[in-house]
Design a protein around this ligand. Structure first.
Ligand code: GDP
Length: 460
């Protein structure tokens, strides 16, 4: 596989830290010539004679000019991130210096790395499997406790271990079944059908759990679109501000002034809620407001959860009943929240809407029951069972491949139920093995790899 990849023999260089000014920047070199290239720019000592995993202080000198004083870290392959010889040059964090050192490395024979190329090499050298490599990108992008934990768990190989075990067992069965084919005249059965059947049934159960976890995984990784909707003056902007604890949206006593959709992000118990404040859901003759109303309906459709906020003093039980019918027709995942309960009083509000025990009464202005609202939001999007200790699928590619694996297992099972002959059964098992291998990268092609790694940042 390695030979087919172009540019794999090159020594690559890239900035590993974020671009821009910083105290320190790290420039990374990987490949056969990494030591020689760095050595040609580092007169202080002969790096080729130094042991691996050591640090060396000195100057980077190019074309007779001292560029910077740096610390060089040496990692001899295979004990490095990529599995190749790797050098990391820690220099002062000026973009000018960074560029000068990278240019000097290129002049000395290195090539600029493509996005994700370091991690791609780590994968190709067997340092990481494909799911682990992908989780490196997720780990870098993680922006909440929950997304960090799922990426970390995946990088440590939790998810691929389960799949590899299944793949190995299936390989054994397919080998045994294929052996039977060689003895087809003699009517022998090497592969224990009952054990295969049990394995397939168990594996299907595990796969269903993994596939189901994707919805939650998606919420954890990407956050959930949250629309706060309601009539003008219900208190949406006030609630948004209370939730965000800052005053970005326009709060006003004039009905319908929040005309734009404003996106803010809220981190509740590690889940990111992308809050979209919208103009009220209301028929309006005013054309600008109509655009707002139309946007609201679009947002509702794309929202993972909708907070329907209403003024308990204004609306009646009938209004709520009609609103609920609308949401249910449109299959919206909604939360009913009665605002301004400070004016009516909580007891009177509960009595007025006694038909709807699910309504949460709050006062956005007085910050009353806002914590309850946050709990209910989390509950709504995770159906109450968030356990990031378990394997959670966050990657759409894995999700699609797992569905293919499940389908092919279903076919194996059906085939066995129908007494399918060994050769056909073995075909179904092979199909299943193919999809399993695609997930962890045992079966893959160059285009697919390029696509996966192109989503990384440069330097990783
Ligand atoms: P929006 O049109 O839905 O965004 O509503 P606003 O957030 O602009 O609020 C409309 C008015 O209701 C403002 O004067 C708010 O101060 C007031 N308001 C909002 N929440 C509460 C509340 O919980 N209690 C009371 N008494 N007034 C509120």
């Amino acid at each position: 596989m390695l030979g087919k990849l172009t540019g794999f023999d090159d020594t690559i260089v890239a900035l590993a830290t974020a671009p821009g000014v910083g105290a320190i920047a790290v420039i990374r070199l990987s490949g056969k010539a990494a030591f020689a290239i760095c050595n040609s720019l580092f007169p202080a000592k002969d790096l080729l004679q130094q042991p691996s995993h050591t640090l060396h202080f000195g100057s980077i000198v190019s074309a007779g000019k001292v560029i910077d004083e740096v610390v060089v870290s040496l990692y001899k392959g295979p004990r490095s991130y990529t599995g190749e010889d790797v050098i990391e040059i820690s220099c002062h964090g000026s973009p000018y210096i960074q560029q000068q050192i990278i240019d000097a490395c290129v002049n000395a024979g290195a090539r600029l790395a493509k996005p994700g190329e370091f991690t791609q090499r780590a994968f190709l050298n067997g340092k990481l499997d494909l799911t682990q490599a992908e989780s490196v990108a997720d780990l870098i992008a993680s922006n909440s406790a929950a997304s960090h934990q799922t990426a970390m768990q995946q990088m440590r190989g939790g998810f691929s271990r389960e799949l590899k075990a299944l793949r190995e067992q299936l390989i054994t069965f397919s080998a045994l079944i294929e052996l039977e084919l060689d003895f087809s005249q003699e009517d022998v059965e090497f592969a224990d059908r009952t054990r295969l059947y049990n394995l397939v049934t168990e594996a299907m159960l595990v796969l269903r759990h993994l596939i189901d976890s994707f919805r939650m995984g998606n919420v954890i990784k990407n956050g959930v679109n949250t629309a706060i909707v309601g009539k003008p003056n219900a208190g949406k902007s006030t609630l948004l501000n209370t939730l965000l604890n800052e005053n970005r949206a326009i709060v006003s006593d004039i009905a319908g002034t929040t005309r734009d959709t404003i996106e803010e992000i809220l981190n509740i118990q590690g889940i990111l809620f992308r809050l979209i404040d919208t103009a009220g859901i209301r028929e309006s003759a005013d054309s600008i407001e109509s655009i707002g109303v139309q946007k609201t309906m679009e947002k509702i459709k794309e929202a993972g959860v909708v907070v329907y906020l209403f003024d308990v003093n204004e609306l009646t039980a009938t209004d709520i009943r009609n609103q609920m019918a609308d949401f249910e027709n449109a299959q919206v995942n909604y939360l009913l929240v009665g605002n301004k309960s400070d004016v009516l009083g909580e007891a009177a509000a509960s009595a007025k809407f006694s038909d709807f025990p699910e309504i949460l009464f709050i006062s956005a202005k007085n910050h009353a029951h806002i914590e309850d609202l946050k709990d209910q939001l989390v509950h709504k999007v995770l159906s109450g069972d968030v356990n990031t200790e378990h394997t959670i699928i966050t990657n759409a590619r894995h999700h699609a491949a797992l569905q293919e694996v499940l389908e092919s297992l279903q076919e194996v099972k059906q085939g066995m139920d129908n007494g399918l002959s060994g050769d056909l059964l073995s075909l179904d098992i092979r199909r299943c093995l193919h999809y399993l291998g695609e997930i962890t990268g045992e079966v893959t092609n160059e285009d697919r790899l390029d696509y996966i790694f192109s989503k990384f940042c440069i330097g990783k």
